[in-house]
Design a protein around this ligand. Structure first.
Ligand SMILES: C[S@@+](CC[C@H](N)C(=O)[O-])C[C@H]1O[C@@H](n2cnc3c(N)ncnc32)[C@H](O)[C@@H]1O
Length: 280
C-alpha cells in the first residue's frame, strides 16, 4: 500500500487499474543521449556535488577502505555515476572505478577526472566486475533504477567487510512531494507496482514514468531530456529500504536522513545508508 503522507492529488493519479509490464524497466542506455553534464546539473535532483554529503557519508566509507586495503591503494566502485559529481571529492590515494549504463556521458567525466578514475559502460544488471575487487562503494541516486540488481552488483563487487554508501528517496516523505508533483504536472505518471526482491520478499513500490513528459513551452512539446529518464522506482518507507538492503545480504552500519536543495525542490530528503558486506 502507498502510505498516507503524500498528497491527495498524487494518490488520485496512481494508475491502479492497469500496470504496464515495463513500469519498473528503468532508463535503458539512452539516459544521457540528450543530456550532457551542464544539462544534468540544471535538471537533476542529486546531492552528488555537495561536499557535506561527501564528508558525512563517503569519507567514512573511504577511511574504512584504507584500513581494509592496508599497504595497497584502496579501490572504490561507483555504480550509475552519470557525470560523476560525487567523484570530484575523492582523494588521489583512492583508485576509482566508475560505471554507468549510458555511454554518452562517460567521455565527459573521464576528461574531467583524467587518470584518477577508470570508467566503463555497463548495465548494473549484468556487469563483468570481478567479485570482491572493491574496498568501498558508492551509489548516489542509483536506487531509482533496478534497485535490487544495483545492490546485488555492489554486494558482489565488494570484498567481505567492505562498506558502501547508498541513498533512497522515499515516495511517502512529505519533503519530497514537491519533487514528484513537479514531474506529474509535466506529464509524468505514477503507478503502483510490485518489486520482487527475492522469491519470498516483494515490496509495493511506486514507478515514476517520464516517457510522456512535456516542456513548459506554450504549446508544450515532448521533453526530449526528461523522457530519456524512462521509468524510476521509489520505495515507500525506511522499513522497505531496510528490507531491500538486508535481503541483498548487507548489514546496516548506519542510516541517516539528509536534506538538500535541487533544481525542482528546495528541500529534498533522502535516506542514506552505510552498508557493510559481512566479514568472511
Ligand atoms: C539520477 S542518475 C545518478 C547519477 C549520479 N550518481 C548522481 O547522483 O548524480 C542515474 C544514472 O543511473 C544510470 N542507470 C540507469 N539504469 C542503469 C543500470 N541498469 N545500470 C547502470 N546504470 C544505470 C543512468 O544512466 C543515470 O546516469
Amino acid at each position: 500500500m502507498i502510505g498516507t503522507a503524500c498528497t491527495v492529488n498524487r494518490h488520485a493519479i496512481l494508475a491502479r487499474m492497469s500496470i504496464p509490464s515495463d513500469t519498473l524497466a528503468g532508463s535503458g542506455s539512452t539516459y544521457h543521449a540528450n543530456m550532457d553534464t551542464a544539462d544534468y546539473a540544471a535538471h537533476i535532483n542529486t546531492p552528488a556535488g555537495r561536499v557535506d554529503y561527501y564528508e558525512q557519508f563517503h569519507e567514512p566509507v573511504l577511511a574504512h577502505a584504507r584500513e581494509l586495503a592496508g599497504a595497497r591503494r584502496p579501490r572504490m566502485l561507483d555504480i550509475a555515476c552519470s557525470p560523476g559529481f560525487e567523484l570530484d571529492f575523492i582523494p588521489e590515494d583512492i583508485e576509482v572505478f566508475a560505471t554507468d549504463i549510458s555511454p554518452d556521458i562517460l567521455p565527459e567525466v573521464q576528461r574531467r577526472l583524467g587518470d584518477r578514475a577508470m570508467f566503463f559502460a555497463a548495465d548494473a544488471s549484468n556487469t563483468a566486475l570481478r567479485p570482491g575487487f572493491a574496498d568501498a562503494g558508492m551509489m548516489v541516486n542509483a536506487m531509482i533504477y533496478v534497485p535490487g540488481q544495483m545492490l546485488w552488483t555492489m554486494f558482489n563487487a565488494l570484498q567481505p567487510g567492505a562498506q558502501c554508501a547508498v541513498n533512497f528517496r522515499s515516495f511517502n516523505n512529505p519533503n519530497n512531494a514537491v519533487f514528484y508533483d513537479h514531474y506529474l504536472e509535466r506529464g509524468g505518471i505514477l503507478t503502483e507496482a510490485d518489486l520482487k526482491v527475492t522469491d519470498d520478499v516483494h515490496l509495493s513500490v511506486v514507478g515514476l514514468d517520464y516517457r510522456g513528459c512535456v516542456t513548459d513551452d506554450e504549446p508544450p512539446k515532448p521533453d526530449e531530456k526528461l523522457q530519456r529518464l524512462g521509468t524510476q522506482t521509489y520505495l515507500g518507507s525506511v522499513g522497505d529500504m531496510v528490507t531491500l538492503v538486508t535481503a541483498s545480504g548487507f548489514e546496516i552500519v548506519s542510516h541517516e536522513p539528509y536534506q538538500f536543495p535541487s533544481p525542482v525542490n528546495p528541500c529534498n530528503e533522502v535516506d542514506v545508508f552505510i552498508l557493510q558486506k559481512p566479514a568472511a
